[in-house]
Design a binder for this molecule. Structure first.
Ligand SMILES: Cc1cc2nc3c(=O)[nH]c(=O)nc-3n(C[C@H](O)[C@H](O)[C@H](O)COP(=O)(O)O)c2cc1C
Length: 364
């Protein structure tokens, strides 16, 4: 089974090379991160031969604006020439966009996708399981039939349910428990277990959907590991928080580069959502982030209104009071945080990853 899964993934890499002809193999993906990954990041990743996803915006209408920005950033002669050689792509925007389904606005998503035709849409976190994903998939395919539908899941059960649904996705992103941001609250596992079992289970059922590995991948080592597990490509989130194109407060970004030992320094909790006034996330997902002073006070028994007061004061002060080593607000990041040490351009990150992957493959 093991070799069969990896051979299957290699065939999927060829499919990606056709679908996304500007990309280099293996496919390196900038994951959609709400607010943080904007059009500048997605376009920089495009220029380095990767696939960048714009994250959901603060409000639903932002997606259309972000896609319009990406479109104008890409409207130069160089890009037009590249795509002319690939007629199948000529009418699609070579960046993707992510939507958060549980509180998303399908009408706004349809408007954004039908106007700008991104090459891929990434769906995550439905309110009521596969049914809502099926509805979104059907509507978005009707809006732009060549746009690939990617669904991010964190369990084998979710992967199998999506694959057997009436509208299976074109790609499944398997998110391991190491991931920064929202992931499975209590039933997530690492991609070293999740990815190969999903690959084998889908192959045994005769299902041919490419798998992308995500969660804790920040350099060539993690990427090669995921490819060896049966991923056709890899997606990175936290590594791109430390990119020059990230829409991020400098103090947050400094924390991403400073923090080490993700097992100790990060955890999954809804506390930071609640302190920021975000309620309603389905219980099966909670975000991984740095555990700062708000968490310490919570553990020491401080009541929520006291935590909230201290949090709001720190946010008002801004900078390191909000995100520093003694900060108080949400600083979502990966369990692999200790491997992210410097801010680079998103294109440099992609190019370096490709170099490391090739070198590591030779060394193994
Ligand atoms: C700050 C942050 C925000 C995120 N926002 C989203 C999001 O809006 N939608 C989504 O599908 N995934 C989101 N994710 C998860 C990513 O899609 C991806 O699974 C994750 O970043 C991979 O793990 P890594 O951070 O270890 O690379 C977010 C991740 C981070 C770190």
């Amino acid at each position: 089974m093991a070799l069969q899964a990896v051979r299957g993934a290699v065939a999927h890499r060829t499919r990606f090379a056709t679908l996304f002809p500007w990309t280099k193999t293996p496919l390196l993906v900038g994951a959609p991160m709400r607010v943080f990954s904007g059009p500048e990041m997605a376009v920089a990743i495009y220029h380095a031969g990767g696939l960048g996803f714009i994250g959901p915006g603060v409000t639903a209408s932002v997606s259309k604006v972000d896609l319009a920005t990406a479109s104008s950033l890409l409207a130069d002669a160089q890009v037009a020439r590249t795509l002319e050689n690939h007629k199948s792509m000529a009418h699609l925007l070579p960046v993707g966009i992510g939507f958060q389904v549980w509180n998303g606005n399908l009408a706004e998503a349809i408007a954004a996708v039908s106007t700008h035709r991104p090459c891929a849409v990434w769906l995550f976190a439905p309110l009521d399981g596969q049914k809502q994903l099926d509805d979104w998939t059907t509507e978005l395919r009707a809006a732009s039939s060549d746009t690939q539908i990617w669904i991010q899941v964190g369990t084998l059960h979710e992967a199998v349910t999506a694959a057997h649904s009436k509208t299976p996705p074109d790609v499944l992103v398997l998110q391991g428990a190491e991931a920064g941001g929202h992931g499975r609250t209590s039933d997530g596992i690492g991609i070293i277990s999740l990815l190969p079992e999903a690959a084998d289970t889908l192959a045994a059922a005769g299902i041919d959907i490419p798998l992308i590995g995500a969660g804790g991948i920040v350099d060539g080592r993690g990427a090669v590991a995921a490819l060896g597990l049966g991923a056709a490509g890899v997606a990175l989130g936290t590594r791109f928080l430390a990119s020059t194109e990230a829409r991020i407060n400098p103090a947050y970004q400094a924390e991403v580069c400073r923090a080490t030992d993700g097992a100790q320094s990060t955890g999954r909790t809804h506390l930071y959502n609640q302190l920021r006034g975000t309620f309603g996330w389905p219980a099966q997902w909670s975000p991984r982030g740095l555990l700062n002073e708000s968490w310490a006070d919570y553990e020491a028994g401080a009541p929520f209104d006291v935590l909230k007061e201290r949090h709001d004061a720190a946010v008002k002060q801004g900078g390191t009071a909000a995100w520093g080593p003694r900060g108080r607000t949400a600083t979502y990041a990966s369990a692999s945080i200790g491997l992210v040490r410097s801010v680079e351009g998103a294109a440099t990150i992609v190019e370096q990853l490709h170099r490391e992957i090739e070198e590591i493959k030779k060394l193994l």
